[in-house]
Ligand binder design. Structure first.
Ligand code: ATP
Ligand code: MG
Length: 654
């Protein structure tokens, strides 16, 4: 079906079988959405019952976005235990059902199927070990683990005793780890000997050792033996999980916590600057993670759900662990990478475990698209029912490939826009309710009130189509409550620029149907000879060229135009850079968008600087384009810092 307003954009109405199965169809969405914004208290009082409360709440929402008094509270007088919600309450009906499927890095190593009953015992044991080490309610525990089931046990064990976890991605450096241990004054760090990933091993324990040199002597270290490889050992500081687990008691009482007691601290990806220590609390977060997991992914009993994110990223928190387990789901944890042993791995795992919902990031989709279709088509993907995307705008080229080659045109794609700060999806199509548009994040989830503001005046723009700054009017239960230890920074970052709103930092377009399209970070808008444009648009055009695998575009000072367009381009595997291709790409963008978008510089980039969650760090690329190599800022969250040196060495037009 084509879009009447834009015949060039193909749109995808939900198929009859998808609607028939879906929790929410178009009419239900409209009705529920209206209810959620007209009377949020009544709506969330009802949906707050998705989880079990020890003491039921009587208050629902207590929120102020007023300057100088930012205060967010949901279900404020209720008490609960998050781990009991994710485990204990399922034991009557699904003790023997698989809670977690663990797929190791090495495909020769057998997968592990952990039932809810087993999960219960292992989480209780981990909770008891932490208590032995002196961890109590409100204490902080840093988790620095690979994607192994123990990472989930550790999260849930903290939740069980009311401790606050802060996960640090296992690829981060000792410096980044030390900063996060000290940042929250953690009592314990949980790590592993080594982290296998893509056939290589990261020495996690020795990274932790190096980090701990910069931390208080009292910080203890719990070590999970993943590979059994050699590590150094400091008696009195280091604790052997594998030994202690044999002795630990099988039962730990779930501690009663208040809805607003912190569940975890998690640092943002650092795409735009110094990472922020986002604080999420227990009740509202869990309600929101569970509800979005069920409805966005149209989760049903018996499904096998796989989110490929790392638990070190918010997506892993909400959509590998808390959301799915609160819903009694079967969730898959994958230790490896999409390209090991080869580019078929994702699809082999889907085939092996008969995955029904698959949720990944555009960066992975683009990388796999660049490898060719055979890696996908040789696998049986008939179990797949729904695909998801998160992390960046997905360009239509990648969307179409995901839809046609992976989904065979029968799996709706949910392009979910959200942030570490939002706890769960804020904008997304719902599979049974909305007509999909490749590249659009579409509609607000229940209770979410997006507004488009004029970036200069800060005024709300009511008409559509329009474009501007994406803000949220009013709160939703999954919203972050503060920046750890720095409420002022919370207020300054999210509530100071546009008074009375939560400012997302992203720009968006709202089309004539009222559907939302994320155009990228507000910082990534460039002004070329007086024309404002999102760099994402130029990137999309470049990626649409058959020779291009990936592209990142930034502005740089230009004498005549004000800002010039600087493009970093990664070519497909089988392509070589050449003068002819350079010219061809410039012309291509000119014809795709218009002469105004014509690239001033194209730099061939074998790799792009990315965060661990696969986001391109444009702020670094901006500095390189500006020839300002001294001020690259915090690079501790880069997946591969050597990429930056290479780009500097080969900077175009030096
Ligand atoms: P920092 O806040 O430290 O700069 P970050 O914003 O990259 O880091 P995250 O919270 O992991 O940290 O990412 C949220 C951002 O990712 C969003 O603000 C948005 O820019 C982008 N994003 C996530 N999902 C989507 C999506 N579906 N479409 C477009 N952009 C998305
Ligand atoms: Mg951000």
């Amino acid at each position: 079906m084509t879009n009447p307003a834009h015949p060039e954009i193909r749109v995808y109405p939900p198929a009859a079988d998808v609607i028939a199965r879906a929790h929410v169809d178009a009419a239900t969405y409209d009705e529920m959405y209206a209810a959620s914004v007209n009377d949020p208290d009544a709506f969330w009082a009802e949906h707050g019952k998705r989880i079990d409360w020890i003491k039921p709440f009587t208050e629902v929402k207590n929120v102020s976005f007023a300057p100088g008094n930012i205060h967010i509270e949901w279900f404020g007088d209720g008490t609960l235990n998050v781990s009991a919600n994710c485990i204990d309450r399922h034991l009557d009906t699904r003790a023997d059902q698989t809670a977690i499927i663990f797929e190791p890095d090495d495909p020769q190593e057998p997968a592990e199927y952990i039932t809810y009953a087993q999960l219960h015992r292992r989480v209780c044991r981990m909770a008891n070990i932490l208590e032995t080490m002196g961890v109590r309610k409100g204490d902080r525990v840093v988790i620095y683990l690979p994607m192994i089931p123990e990472a989930a046990y550790a999260m849930l064990a903290c939740a069980r005793i009311g401790a606050i976890h802060s996960i640090v991605f296992a690829g981060f450096s000792p410096d980044a780890l030390a900063a996060r241990i000290n940042g929250c004054d953690a009592k314990v760090v949980i790590t592993a000997d080594h982290a296998p990933r893509g056939g290589r091993k990261t020495p996690l324990k020795s990274n932790a050792d190096a980090a701990l040199l910069h931390c208080k002597d009292s910080v203890k270290c719990l070590v999970v033996k993943r590979t059994g490889g050699q590590t150094t050992w400091i008696d009195g500081r280091d604790y052997d999980y594998n030994e202690m687990v044999l002795e630990a008691n099988d039962y730990a009482r779930p501690v009663e916590v208040n809805a607003e007691d912190p569940l975890f601290i998690l640092y943002t990806s650092g795409s735009t600057g110094q990472p922020k220590g986002v604080v999420h609390t227990s009740g509202g977060y869990l309600v929101y993670a569970a509800m979005t997991h069920e409805i966005t992914f149209d989760y049903h009993e018996g499904d096998v759900y796989w989110c490929t994110a790392d638990v070190g990223w918010v997506t892993g928190h909400s959509y590998i662990v808390y959301g799915p387990l609160a819903n009694g789901a079967t969730t898959l944890m994958f230790e490896g990478v999409p390209t090991y042993p080869d580019a078929s791995r994702f699809w082999e795992v889907c085939e092996k475990h008969k995955v029904t919902q698959f949720y990944t990031a555009p960066t992975a989709i683009r990388a796999l698209m660049g490898q060719g279709d055979e890696f996908v088509t040789k696998c049986d993907l008939s179990s797949l029912r729904l695909l998801g995307s998160v992390g960046e705008p997905i360009n239509p080229e990648a969307w179409n490939w995901y839809n046609d080659v992976v989904g065979k045109g029968k799996c709706p794609i949910v392009d979910t826009w959200w942030q570490t700060e939002t706890g769960g999806h804020l904008l997304t199509p719902l599979p049974g309710a909305h007509t999909l548009k490749p590249g659009a994040a579409m509609k607000p989830f229940f209770g979410v009130q997006p507004v488009v503001l004029d970036p200069q005046s800060g005024e709300e723009i009511h008409e559509s189509p329009t474009e501007g700054v994406l803000c949220l009017r009013d709160s939703w239960p999954g919203q972050m409550r503060t920046v750890w230890g720095d409420h002022e920074r919370f207020e300054k970052t999210y509530f100071a620029d546009y008074k009375g709103y939560y400012f997302s930092g992203d720009g968006c377009r709202r089309d004539e149907d009222g559907d939302y399209w994320i155009t990228g970070r507000v910082d990534d808008v460039i002004n070329v000879s007086g024309h404002r444009m999102g760099t994402a648009e130029v990137e999309s055009a470049l990626v649409a060229h058959a020779a291009v695998a990936e592209a990142a575009v930034v502005g740089y000072p230009h004498e005549i135009k004000g800002q010039g367009i600087y493009c970093y381009v990664t070519l497909m595997n089988d392509q070589e850079p050449s003068e002819a291709l350079y010219k061809e790409l410039r012309n291509w963008v000119r014809t795709e968008i218009g002469p105004i978008a014509s690239p001033d510089v194209i730099q061939w980039a074998p790799g792009l600087p990315k965060t661990r969650s696969g986001k391109i760090m444009r702020r670094i690329l901006r500095k390189i384009a500006e020839n300002d190599f001294g001020a690259l800022g915090d690079t501790s969250t880069l997946a591969d810092p050597s990429v930056v040196d290479d780009l500097i060495a080969n900077r175009a037009n030096k």
